[in-house]
Write a protein that binds this ligand. Structure first.
Ligand SMILES: C[S@@+](CC[C@H](N)C(=O)[O-])C[C@H]1O[C@@H](n2cnc3c(N)ncnc32)[C@H](O)[C@@H]1O
Length: 157
């Protein structure tokens, strides 16, 4: 995705070191030089490392669903994180999300539809973001009969 958008600077947050190594290897092999990969919690990194209103787009695709009710508090997309994203996105900036777990998709939509600083661009589910490649997570969800839901929110002025 970064290779297709040379005019943009990307910051990637990942907490799992082998995934960082894998991503750095792919970037190097592809000659992609517009991505910084940080071995940092995404919620904390976004809150502490970036200026307010400095982000054009935020992408959270196939975030861990944390199925059990007692683990829902670990979900990346939650009201506190939505406040952080609202602060960091520039006015008019976009938050794109996708998940293959319907209950997490509904959870995300409920939180963001009710957030005063976001507008659901599509009045419901978004069409599939064409630039998003099919990762193993999406492929597995589809193979197991799940539907992938995309969402897109605009940060209001
Ligand atoms: C289900 S995978 C999806 C990966 C990728 N977005 C995709 O669509 O293929 C979730 C990834 O998020 C990482 N992750 C989980 N919690 C995180 C957090 N708080 N900050 C940054 N990365 C996190 C996991 O280590 C894992 O690599």
């Amino acid at each position: 995705m970064a290779a297709a958008r040379h005019d943009c600077d990307f910051i990637a947050f990942e907490v799992f070191a082998p995934a960082v190594a894998s991503t750095l290897g792919k970037l190097a092999r592809g000659g992609v030089d517009n991505v910084r990969v940080l071995l940092v919690d995404g919620a904390q990194g976004l809150a502490q490392l970036l200026d307010d209103e400095s982000v054009t787009e935020l992408w959270t695709f196939f975030a861990d669903p944390w199925h059990k009710a007692r683990h829902h508090k670990r979900r990346l997309v939650n009201p506190n994180f939505a406040d952080v994203v609202a602060a960091k996105l520039a006015p008019g900036g976009l938050w794109r999300l996708a998940t293959d777990w319907e209950d997490y998709a509904l959870w995300q939509r409920d939180i963001l539809d009710g957030h005063p600083r976001f507008r659901n661009v599509h009045d419901g589910w978004a069409p599939r973001f064409k630039a998003r490649p099919v990762t193993k997570y999406e492929a597995r969800g589809l193979a197991q009969g799940r539907t992938v839901h995309d969402l897109t929110y605009e940060r209001l002025p």
